[in-house]
Design a protein around this ligand. Structure first.
Ligand code: NAD
Length: 475
């Protein structure tokens, strides 16, 4: 599919083109070539979006839940029907292999389908008092929501927020990343095609700091949901504090992977290596810090390095590609700095360790025996780099796993059930995968602890995050 080049804003049920607006150049990370020009929202555009969302809210809130669900299901169908074309856009904007891109579109569709049904299961509760009195507890939509989503899973993360917010009866203003506009516009087209009433959803690209200050500073917005880096999350939290606004923050991670000596090593490595390099490691739950029991450590790093060297790197549009470029020019610079620092401090580079190609490529990399003082042991690489260190016993493994202020995802591989239970209990993370990487689904809560943020997305918790609770006492 050729790249669609008519990028627009979607406000108050209408598509707004570039007239008189500043523009952002969209770059294909596989070639470093500019492929499109994206109009950026002005303050007037944002005021228009706020006004539209405020006007549309009461109507959508009061729409029968079956009708709301039917619209969300229809949006899901649009995404599924067009998954191949939308996936190709995503690959050209973000770099990931086209198979992963198409799977992401299906994941986004699943969010709309799942929340369409979950909206119907939103029951309150009744407290029965002795003298015929009753108290009832209900949940209501919070109001106008502003969402801010990143470029690593631009369609899936947008859909996760928008599907839950719309299911709850909120109207929404979304600012997706400027790096990947066409694929996120597909979500707006899906909702438009599904017959979502005018003003219930708007999509505004823009200068991130200007857009977030303007939207969060408005009395109209009652809830903010952000996925991205910890520094930006802290900044938005401060902006939200002024208006006492509800906030969900899904920030970074530095996922530990504890590998015990009772596993089938080859089978485990066959699972670990493709997961590490999925989306070139630009995944907030990417397995990164590999702590391996000392009796199998040497075999582990040898097997990991061999498999890493075999990963096919290239343009994501090529069906044979297993790992594409990094998403933007900032990422290879950041990775290069972390790898050089680790190497200087004594880490062994067992695979990769270099940039590659004309686009924003960095080779799949394994660093072994990495000293704790290396920056990469404390700072999330968000790229195709695995670090490995040996451990003696479970206590040491847990201490290492929990040593950072991050607490998003963690993984452990062991055949010992009792040990697996203890690890599940004691690892400080919002999600723990035991012999398993499938930790993100529509029906389960996803979110971090510690500096990785708070609030959940997915599951019934994901719906509640767009609701306020009210108790009504009747005598
Ligand atoms: P960044 O901190 O500049 O931006 C992160 C995201 O926040 C981007 O989507 C950006 O558009 C948005 N953003 C930036 N400033 C904003 C503002 N003032 N208001 C609203 N949104 C704003 O970093 P980056 O170079 O784009 O990405 C690098 C780091 O971000 C990574 O190292 C990783 O830690 C983190 N990140 C995390 C996730 C995640 O899924 N949790 C996704 C993408 C990036």
């Amino acid at each position: 599919m050729t790249y669609q080049n008519d990028l627009k804003l979607f406000i108050d049920g209408a598509w707004q083109a570039g007239e008189g607006r500043d523009c952002h150049e969209v770059v294909n990370p596989a070639t470093a070539q500019t492929i499109a020009s994206l109009p950026l929202a002005t303050k007037e555009d944002l005021d228009h979006a706020l006004d539209a969302a405020q006007r549309a809210f009461p109507g959508w809130r009061d729409t029968d839940v079956d009708n709301r669900a039917a619209i969300l299901h229809k949006a899901a169908s649009y995404l599924k029907k067009n998954a191949k074309d939308i996936g190709a856009l995503l690959t050209q904007e973000q770099g990931k292999p086209v198979k992963e891109a198409v799977a992401e579109v299906y994941g986004a569709a699943q969010m709309f389908d799942w929340y369409a049904e979950e909206a119907k299961r939103d029951y309150g509760r009744t407290l029965v008092r002795p003298t015929g009195q009753r108290s009832i507890v209900i949940r209501q939509p919070v109001g106008v929501v502003a969402t801010f989503t990143p470029w690593n899973f631009p369609i899936y993360l947008l859909a996760k927020k928008v599907a839950a917010a719309l299911a709850a009866g909120c109207s929404v203003i979304s600012k997706p990343p400027e790096e990947t506009p066409a694929c996120t516009q597909a979500v707006a087209r899906a909702l438009e095609d599904a017959g979502l009433p005018q003003g219930v959803f708007q999509l505004v690209h823009g200068v991130p700091d200007m857009v977030s200050r303007h939207l969060i500073g408005s009395d109209i917005v009652r809830k903010i949901s952000f996925t991205g880096s910890i520094p930006v999350g802290k900044h938005l939290m401060k902006l939200a504090a002024d208006g006492v606004k509800r906030l969900t923050l899904e920030l970074g991670g530095h996922a530990p992977v504890l590998v015990f000596d009772d596993v089938d090593l080859d089978a485990t490595l066959d699972k670990l290596v493709p997961q590490k390099f999925r989306n070139a490691g630009q995944v907030c739950v990417s397995p990164t810090r590999f702590y391996v029991q000392e009796s199998i450590y040497d075999d582990f790093i040898k097997g990991f390095a061999e498999r890493t060297g075999q990963v096919k790197v290239g343009d994501g549009l090529n069906e044979a590609t297993q790992m594409g470029p990094l998403a933007n020019a900032r990422r290879p610079d950041a990775i290069e700095q972390l790898v050089n620092d680790a190497r200087d401090k004594g880490a062994k580079v067992l695979a990769g360790g270099e940039r590659g190609g004309n686009g924003f490529f960095y080779q799949p990399t394994l660093l072994a025996d990495v000293p704790l003082e290396a920056d990469i042991m404390s700072n999330e690489p968000f790229g195709p780099v695995a670090v490995a260190r040996p451990f003696k016993d479970m206590d040491e493994a847990l201490e290492q796993a929990n040593r950072l202020p991050y607490g998003l995802a963690a993984f452990a591989f062991t055949e010992n059930l009792r040990r697996a239970n203890i690890l599940g209990d004691r690892i400080e993370a919002g999600m723990v995968g035991i012999n398993n990487f499938a930790i993100s689904s529509a029906d389960a809560p996803f979110g971090g602890v510690k500096d990785s943020g708070f609030g959940s997305e997915g599951g019934k918790e994901g719906l509640e995050t767009y609701q306020v609770t009210k108790a009504i006492h009747m005598s």
